[in-house]
Design a protein around this ligand. Structure first.
Ligand code: AMP
Length: 315
């Protein structure tokens, strides 16, 4: 692996602070991303870059990177000088019966992807560095963490909020980038950032999909070919929801149609719903809404979402 670790020589020169914004993506493509394990080192390099006038973007991930993750790095490179990407499979956001142990961890391939994408720093902390011995602090978000994933995965959002808070401390970036695919997660993080006054802007980026519409996910690799065929039912149910929402259908009618399609395709449904995009409460016609779906295809749990424009008329 050509990537120098934090103990090695590192990247030679950060480039002049006066780099022109339009050149950033091109400048970064193919640069050697510095691999950092230690949160204190990570914080130091980001703090130094910002002190030198550079705008820093941060993309937190659990690795097993795909084009969805790369799109977040690309978005960050559009409006930042330097981009840090973390790879951390966070144990506290997995339930005891979930796939923490078998979650894919192709670190060498991930580092190569990030180099090609133009990330300046790849942050790969040890579990003990994120959760030190005796660690007794958790971040508990209420409000948007209620319902849906919050109900089905007890403790999940406590794990998510805690790790994102911890990662934002290690990577004190100007802007952090998240995917709309995990819509409820974006609302929980947004709530936490506002409630704790964390000094970071959030950007939510659109879901990247396969040509047939399936949302890219690290968990798609678990699917057999039969399951892969049935997995498109999730996005199809969201398209049905979009059409019906725009036609003015009532939510119970939309949700029944989503369920019918999913059941017909053999998806074991966790939820299929249309809710207000901000509060995740029942939607209001004049406000943005979102269609949410989660279910199991075989033993693999998949989720997907689709934004819905405000509408007028009956709902
Ligand atoms: P993960 O590695 O699954 O924790 O995801 C890291 C980030 O990538 C999260 O903000 C996700 O919402 C985002 N993400 C995951 N899948 C996609 C996708 N298909 N398109 C865009 N962003 C995604």
């Amino acid at each position: 692996m050509a990537t120098p670790s934090e103990d090695g020589s590192g990247r030679a020169g950060a480039g002049p602070a006066a780099d022109h914004a339009a050149d950033h993506a091109a400048d970064r493509t193919g640069v050697t991303s510095r691999l950092i394990h230690d949160p204190v080192t990570m914080r130091g390099v980001v703090t130094a870059a910002r002190a030198a006038g550079r705008r820093v973007g941060f993309v937190p991930t659990m690795g097993a990177l795909h084009r969805g993750h790369v799109s977040l790095v690309a978005a960050a490179l559009e409006d930042c000088d330097d981009v840090a990407v973390s790879i951390f499979v966070n144990p506290t956001q997995f339930g005891p019966a979930e796939d923490f142990a078998r979650y894919p961890r192709p670190l060498a391939a991930d580092i190569a992807i990030l180099e090609a994408a133009g990330a300046r720093w790849t942050f790969v902390p040890e579990v003990a560095a994120i959760y030190p011995a005796g660690c007794a602090t958790r971040v508990v978000v209420d409000g948007p963490a209620r319902g849906f994933e919050g109900d089905l995965r007890p403790g999940h959002f406590v794990g998510v909020a805690t790790v994102v808070c911890r990662l934002l401390h290690a990577v004190p970036a100007d802007v952090a980038y998240f995917g709309a695919k995990d819509w409820q997660q974006t609302r929980v993080i947004d709530r936490m950032v506002r409630d704790l006054g964390l000094p970071v802007e959030l950007r939510i980026c659109p879901t990247v999909r396969e040509p047939d519409g399936l949302a890219l996910s690290s968990r798609n690799t678990y699917l057999s070919s039969d399951e892969r065929g049935r997995a498109t039912a999730l996005v199809e149910s969201l398209r049905v929801a979009t059409t019906m929402w725009e036609a003015g259908a009532a939510c119970p009618v939309i949700e029944a149609a989503m369920r019918k399609l999913l059941e017909h395709r053999g998806v074991v449904i966790d939820y299929a719903a249309v809710v207000d995009a901000e509060s995740l409460e029942p939607p209001i016609d004049a406000r943005p809404a979102v269609a949410l779906v989660a279910g199991r295809v075989g033993v693999t749990r998949l989720i997907d979402t689709m934004p819905l424009r405000p509408r007028s008329g009956a709902g």
